[in-house]
Ligand binder design. Structure first.
Ligand SMILES: NC(=O)c1ccc[n+]([C@@H]2O[C@H](COP(=O)([O-])OP(=O)(O)OC[C@H]3O[C@@H](n4cnc5c(N)ncnc54)[C@H](OP(=O)(O)O)[C@@H]3O)[C@@H](O)[C@H]2O)c1
Length: 430
């Protein structure tokens, strides 16, 4: 039998602890599938006394992650500490500089420093594998890199953050406020004590940037439009339902004229869209490609077991000796655009919700203001509120360019009959 694959793991928390548990529990199965043993030659975390979900008496313990790489002479260094800088970055760079392949679940690190780390891995002839960094247990990276490798990717549309999806799902199902559901999510462990990385869209943005890097060879987190779910109200949730849509936190990327459009924001999604029914902590991604058409993957986007499953799949690829690792990212100076693009995405319809004076002529004034920017109305729906002189007005526009829509929306917000800050949300039309 071939020599064991020597694996050292830094970080034994939610993910790392379960990776060790999986390696322990399924040891025989993994050995059969890799046709060689996978041997844990070192583990490292901050607190040696903390209880972990695996038996660790025989595995050498290290308190310094980089020293663990030096002293174990490992083949694979697994980074499960987290954080976009600090020790996680030092550990990954140290491993690659020593020609040791890396497996990580750290999307924040790769989105920020991938431009440096992916070429470093290439130069050193090592793998830098990250199946677990996007969509937890869902095999998103391998599907994109392997199963769709013969296709041009036209568009990626995804729900990439379980915390946002859980909160929006609960707000809709139970007609509760954002704050109320967020507090519940924190009690249940679905949201961090400081939830901003999730609910302000940064976590989904990191993941989307990595998918765009794989699809089009460009990694550019700075060009992303990032918005979260803090401002979503129970009223907009109910009104969008009434209009035949569902509110979802959507990550979307596609080649536009000269760049890759990348955005993460709350959108309206038609109720018959595949992503409209992905609820709770689940994640999903839809790839649209030239030969395979639409492919949607749904599953657990986080959690110790599901994420450990993805980490171990990367370890097994390395044990099998995959010369070119499925997660290999080749960044190019010029993004690889599909030659025949589907021309659907430069414009999109919008949802506009307003509270306005309930008197004749108000809708006409708003329509005229929108028309100044060539925005036309597809549907308008109005209802009186409990306040006698105020009405709720919802407008669905025809597909419109984003700059014109935002300009028109700003102008509408200054009109005298408009009572409170209005709401503008894009509608996914593909
Ligand atoms: N949690 C998920 O569901 C999930 C899903 C997908 C991806 N990820 C990614 O996976 C990575 C790990 O997340 P996690 O949830 O497992 O984090 P976590 O539970 O906070 O675990 C972090 C681990 O790192 C160890 N650590 C921290 N600082 C260290 C240092 N200086 N030296 C050595 N060890 C150190 C901690 O040690 P102690 O245990 O001793 O404190 C802990 O074991 C992150 O990049 C995260 O974004 C997580």
């Amino acid at each position: 039998m071939t020599a064991p694959l020597r694996v050292a793991i830094a970080g034994l928390g939610t993910v790392g602890g379960h990776v060790c548990a999986l390696l322990e529990k399924n040891r025989t199965l993994l050995e059969q599938r890799a046709e060689r043993p996978v041997q844990l030659v070192g583990i490292c975390a901050r607190n040696k006394k903390k209880a972990r979900p695996f038996t660790r008496t025989t595995i050498p313990w290290f308190s310094d992650p980089c020293a663990m790489i030096d002293e174990t002479n490992c083949d694979v260094a697994v980074e499960l500490i987290g954080g976009e800088d600090g020790i996680a970055r030092t550990f990954v760079e140290h491993a690659l500089n020593k020609k040791c392949s890396v497996v990580t679940a750290n999307k924040a690190l790769l989105a920020k420093h991938g431009k440096h780390l992916f070429p470093l891995a290439e130069k050193q002839g090592c793998a830098l594998a990250f199946e677990a960094a996007v969509g937890g247990g869902i095999p998103i990276i391998k599907s994109l890199r392997e199963s769709l490798s013969g296709n041009h990717i036209y568009r990626i549309t995804a729900i990439l953050n379980g915390t946002c999806n859980y909160i929006l799902s609960q707000m809709r199902a139970q007609r509760r406020s954002f704050q109320d559901v967020l507090e519940e999510a924190q009690r249940l462990g679905y949201a961090e004590a400081d939830p901003s990385v999730d609910i302000d869209g940064f976590d989904a943005a990191h993941k989307l940037a990595l998918l765009a890097a794989l699809a089009w060879g460009t990694l550019d987190i700075d060009s992303l439009t990032i918005d979260g779910i803090r401002t979503i109200t129970a009223e907009d949730m109910a009104l969008s339902e009434k209009m035949g849509y569902r509110l979802k936190h959507i990550a979307q990327a596609y080649p536009a004229k000269t760049t890759i459009h990348q955005s993460v924001q709350t959108c309206l999604v038609r109720q018959d869209h595949a992503l409209a029914h992905v609820d709770g902590v689940f994640n999903a991604v839809t790839f649209l490609s030239d030969f395979c058409g639409e492919l949607t993957l749904i599953g657990l986007g986080a959690g110790g077991d599901a994420t450990a499953s993805a980490v171990v799949s990367d370890i097994l690829d390395l044990a099998r000796g995959s010369h070119e690792h499925p997660s290999r990212v080749v960044l190019t100076a010029t993004p690889t655009f599909p030659q025949a693009r589907i021309p659907t995405t430069e414009t999109m319809p919008y949802y506009v919700r307003l509270h306005v004076d309930d008197r004749p002529g108000v809708l006409a004034e708003i329509a005229t203001t929108l028309a100044h920017e060539h925005i036309s109305i597809e549907t308008a729906w109005q209802q009186a509120t409990e306040q006698n002189d105020v009405a709720t007005l919802v407008i669905i526009t025809h597909p419109s360019p984003s700059p014109s829509m935002h300009k028109a929306f700003a102008a509408v917000g200054t009109l005298k009959p408009v009572r409170q800050a209005p709401c503008l949300l894009p509608i996914i039309n593909a």
